[in-house]
Design a protein around this ligand. Structure first.
Ligand code: FES
Ligand code: FES
Length: 162
């Protein structure tokens, strides 16, 4: 008996209908089936955060979500969020602060930072660190990333504390 499932969802504003294996994870669906390679895979066990994408406005780990469960969902990836201009200031701050080195963690880091600033426009540095703590970065030591997010919070009118 086939374990394939028909799903219809929205990805970056476009309607997508596909037949997927019941065990297909969202991150593989996005990268391998739809060719959206901006989201990355790292641990594939829900630990590193590299696979972070949005489902119905909330960030999730794409390696822990089954595509088959997303019929009717609205998925956003770094490609869509970049194209919309929503995180342009964050992207510019990451570049200005040298917060992306190899860049592997960066798409997920940006989505996670955007999630924080939406929920809490004026985070302290400790809150920024806490919110980003589920996203691993092997290169930067995190300081530059926290600086970049703090910079944007200030630019948007918040006052990030020490
Ligand atoms: S690849 Fe999903 S959390 Fe690491
Ligand atoms: S910039 Fe290389 S893993 Fe974060």
């Amino acid at each position: 008996m086939s374990s394939d499932v028909d799903i219809s969802l929205t990805v970056n504003g476009e309607r997508v209908a596909r037949r997927v294996e019941a065990r297909r994870h969202l991150i593989d669906f996005l990268r391998l089936d739809l060719g959206l390679m901006g989201s990355h895979t790292g641990c594939e066990h829900g630990v590193c955060g590299a696979c972070t994408v949005r489902v119905d406005g909330k960030i999730v780990r794409g390696c822990l979500v089954l595509a088959a469960a997303l019929d009717g969902a609205e998925v956003e990836t770094i490609e869509g969020v970049s194209d919309s201009g929503e995180i342009r200031d964050l992207q510019e701050a990451f570049v200005a602060r040298n917060a992306c080195q190899c860049g592997y963690c960066t798409p997920a880091m940006l989505l996670t930072a955007a999630d924080l600033l939406k929920a809490k426009p004026q985070p302290t540095r400790a809150e920024i660190r806490e919110h980003l703590s589920g996203n691993y970065c092997r290169c930067t030591g995190y300081h530059a990333i926290v600086d970049a997010v703090e910079t944007v919070a200030k630019q948007r009118g918040g006052k990030a504390g020490a």
